[in-house]
Each structure stands twice: as C-alpha cells, then as structure tokens.
Write a protein that binds this ligand. Structure first.
Ligand code: UN1
Length: 503
C-alpha cells in the first residue's frame, strides 16, 4: 500500500479526524521514500496562547485530584497504547524511518512508563525530618508544579514525550507539547489516544494535553512563559543553548536532554562475540539516530585488529532497506540533509588520515526518494574535533588505547556526557569505569552498549548533554515542587538555632 493511504488509515483508526492531517501548511514526508504522507496545520500564535491558558486552568483543577486517580488516567492511556501498539509502532516507522522492531519498541517504552507512572502515583513520598525544637514536627511535601512544556525530537517522537507527560500527569501537572516538525502525525495520534483515556475519567479536566504543531516559535513561547513551571526539551546542544537561557532569564526550571557522543571501551579481556553484537545494535541501530547511539569505540591495541575485522564482516552484512520490511536492520536517515552531514563528516575524517569502511549511499528499490546510507566504521588516528562533535548519523569512530587510564581520559575528553559503556571481564576495570574517577556520563554500563536504556533508571547526562534527568528513579521530583513544612504543637515558641528574641 502507498504510504499516504496507510498513514491515513492508521490515523483514522486512532480516531483522528481527516481534517487534522489532510490540509495545512506543514507538509509531512516519510523518510522511507520521501513521499508526502500528510499535511498538518501549524498552531497559530493565538491558539498556542489559548492552549497554554487552558493547560494552566487544567492544572489548577488537576492538582487537587488525588494522585492515585491521576495514576488511573495514565493506566487507561497505557491500556490504549497496548491495544494500538502495532498501529502506533507502524506510524512511528513511517514518520521516522526507524525499523518495525524499533517502532514497536518505542511504543513498548511508552507502555512501560505508563505502568511505572501509575505505580508512582501511590508513591510520591516525602520525608519526615527530625526537628531540633521540642514539640515540633518537620516534613516534606511534594506538590504539583504547574504546566510542563515538552519539546521533543524526531528520533523518539513518542516515547520521550511519554516519559515526560506520564510523570507530569501523575504529579498533578498539565502538559503542553511541541513535537518535532518532522513528526506531527505520531503526536496527533498520541493526543487522540490520550483524549480517549480522559473521556472515561470524570475527574480529568479539559486541557491536560495541549499540542502545538509548528516551528521553533512554539518552543520559544514555552521557554518564555512563566506559567510553564517545568520546561523539558530533547534535541541538539544548539537547541538547548538557544532555549535554556530564555528559561533561565525568567528563573524557570528546565530539564534538558541534549546531544550525546557515547563511547564504549573494549578491554583485552572482553568477550568479543558479545561486544560485537552490542556494538552493532548501539552503533547501527536506528540508523545512528539515537541520542544514545554508540559513536566512539576505544579499543585496546592488543585486540583492535581482531575486533575491527569482526566488525567489518558484520558491517558488510547489515541489511539496509525499507524499515517496514522485517529483514531490514537499518532504515533511512531522517532527511537528505542528514546524509549530507554524514558525507561531510566522512570526508573530513579522510582528510585527517582516517581509514574508512562503509558509509556509502544505498539505493533501495521502491524507496528511491529515501536517504539510505551504509553505516560507516572510521578508524581515526586521534580523537580530533570531528570525533568530539556529534554527527547524527551511523558513523562509528574507532580509536586505540594502550593503558586503561588513557582509555578513560579519551572517553571523557568530549563535550557531551550522556551514555557510556565498557566491555571487560576484569572486575577492577569495570569498577574503575563506574567509579567517581571513571566515566563522567549520566549512564554507565558494563558489557552492554550505551543505547537502549530501560525506563526504570533516570535518563540523561552531564556537560553539554544538559544535566536533566527524565523517566525512572526519582526523576519525578523534577515535575513537582517541594514544600518543607514545620508544625509546632508545643504551645511554646522555641526558635531554631537557640536564638532568644522577644520583648
Ligand atoms: C533518545 O534518543 O532521545 O536509551 C532517547 C535509549 C532509548 C531512549 C533514547 N531508551 O536508547
């Protein structure tokens, strides 16, 4: 079936009215073959302002709904996602070009975070704190924060939004979402499913989710508006650098998940067969377009030739093709510009004396309008500025090391700090990598690649990655405000620090 009609039948199944996707100023193309799959209207400035106002009203009603009831809404949303997993996964594949397995995986990640958030809705625990004063009790309460503005990227168009939105909802917040201009249809589908989840729950006010389709002006609106208590943005470091100062200017709170330049250190004792499989998924998966994609391999010189040999054999066999075909492992890049950026990086590497393998354009029959590239393996003589930059494409730079200290130094010597991994059977090396003097990233793994994190842990990274944490662990605290409360039941008025003050 032609992609446009497949897209429209999927959207109809989600309950989206035809006029939401068949006219408007934003032309949506599938990276699979470059074909036009829909038109979406940009939200006008007044409509965006109105969505913010409605979201703020919704917050004021929602914050007093008991948290477990808020969890019930998210549970319902999760059930709808279970029901529509295949359809939404297919739509994600059509709109982003990621393979079917990864499209389904992305929806599963949404289902997982719904379960997590639902459980969390009964566990928004605060502390009881020992007071220094007699007859006093101290406690911490966590209260809803307000409107959460979410800016999401094309590569994880629904899961990363869901990490933010589901936590925000159970925390008593409302959400205004500005998805990537490249993936408005997946966002519209999610909004339709969420609306259905709301319909079944009397307590859910109108406006718990506002959707702003269009360009960066909406992201700027969310960054600037004081009603947006939490501004959560995923995307490039450049995007973060442009928006974070605007939030800071109004002393607002932001959660930033920006670029990564993730590495794996492969030690002499590593299980090379396991490392090879992990490297393949982490470097070539999602056509190198995850923020957690493995971009740098730091290999001990004693095993480098053997590992590179294995990787070349694997790279040669990677099936690059239509992501809707079950046999494809690597689909297209999001747009021709991404292919151009990849080619430019490869020529810069060649000029720096690199040994290049792969990286060439691939013509996929029936998908001539898509931008398909064979993943590239690039042996670099040194960690140059090129290697320190994130090129959002399937390029794996390979560097050699001789001492573990040198490997860690190379590992950390990049501006970004998202995900990292070490492959070793040596407990000392593994522990050193995880220690305070080891990997400086927000995610550090042993014998697993850097990508494909589970939702149960906090997700995010340091340095240019922006420092934000989303998803599991105690990331929910970022979506609430903390009140420290002291109650005096003594009948007297002792002051803290033993201060005497009175007439
Ligand atoms: C992203 O690319 O922005 O850990 C998110 C992973 C996925 C999420 C990636 N669970 O690779």
């Amino acid at each position: 079936m032609e992609l446009a009609s497949l897209t429209s039948s999927l959207l109809t199944r989600f309950g989206v009215a035809t006029d939401r996707f068949d006219h408007g100023d934003i032309a949506v193309h599938s990276p699979i073959d470059g074909s036009l799959i829909g038109h979406v209207a940009s939200t006008s400035r007044p409509a965006a302002e109105a969505a913010l106002a409605t979201a703020h009203e919704a917050f004021e009603a929602w914050r007093i709904v008991p948290a477990p009831r808020r969890g019930e809404l998210v549970r319902r949303f999760g059930n709808l996602l279970r029901e529509y997993k295949t359809d939404l996964g297919t739509l994600v594949t059509i709109e982003t070009g990621k393979i079917r397995q990864e499209g389904l995986g992305e929806v599963q990640e949404m289902i997982d975070i719904c379960d997590y958030a639902c459980g969390l809705s009964r566990q928004l625990h605060g502390l009881t704190i020992a007071s220094e004063r007699p007859g006093h009790r101290m406690m911490e309460q966590w209260h809803p924060a307000g409107v959460v503005g979410v800016v999401s990227a094309f590569n994880f168009p629904v899961a990363v939004w869901a990490w933010n939105a589901t936590l925000a909802w159970v925390c008593g917040d409302s959400v205004v979402w500005k998805p990537s201009e490249r993936t408005p249809l997946s966002a519209i589908a999610c909004a339709a499913l969420f609306e259905r989840a709301c319909r079944g729950l009397g307590e859910a006010p109108n406006g718990l989710l506002g959707l702003l389709t269009g360009g960066r002006a909406h992201a700027e609106l969310l960054a600037d508006d004081r009603r947006v208590a939490v501004f959560s943005a995923t995307g490039s470091c450049a995007m973060g650098r442009a928006l974070a100062p605007r939030v800071a200017a109004r002393l607002g709170r932001s959660i930033l998940e920006l670029g990564g330049n993730n590495a794996a250190i492969v030690c002499p004792s590593a299980d090379l067969a396991l490392a090879e499989r992990a490297i393949l998924f982490a470097a070539a998966g999602t056509a190198g377009q995850r923020c957690t994609t493995l971009r740098r391999l730091i290999v001990h010189e004693s095993i480098a030739d053997a590992l590179i040999e294995r990787l070349r054999a694997a790279w040669r066999r990677i099936p690059v093709g239509n992501p809707l075909d079950a046999t494809s492992l690597v689909g297209p890049l999001i747009a021709p510009a991404a292919g151009e950026a990849m080619a430019a990086a490869l020529s810069e590497a060649a000029a720096a004396g690199a040994t290049l393998f792969g990286g060439d354009p691939v013509t996929v029959h029936g998908c001539e309008g898509g931008c398909y590239r064979r993943p590239a393996l690039v042996e670099m003589p040194a960690q140059t500025d090129l290697v320190r930059r994130e090129t959002f494409a399937p390029i794996l730079y390979v560097l050699r090391y001789s001492s573990f200290d040198e490997a860690i130094a190379l590992h950390n010597d990049v501006p970004q700090g998202l995900a990292s991994s070490v492959f070793t059977q040596d407990l000392g090396e593994a522990e050193r990598f995880l220690s305070a003097a080891g990997s400086d990233c927000g995610i550090a793994n042993v014998n697993i690649g850097p990508s494909g994190a589970e939702i149960g842990g906090a997700f995010g990274g340091e340095k240019d990655t922006g420092g934000g944490r989303e998803s599991g662990s105690d990331a929910w605290k970022g979506y609430m405000r903390r009140a420290t409360c002291t109650i005096n039941y003594s009948g007297a008025l002792p002051l803290a620090q033993g201060i005497r003050f009175g007439l």
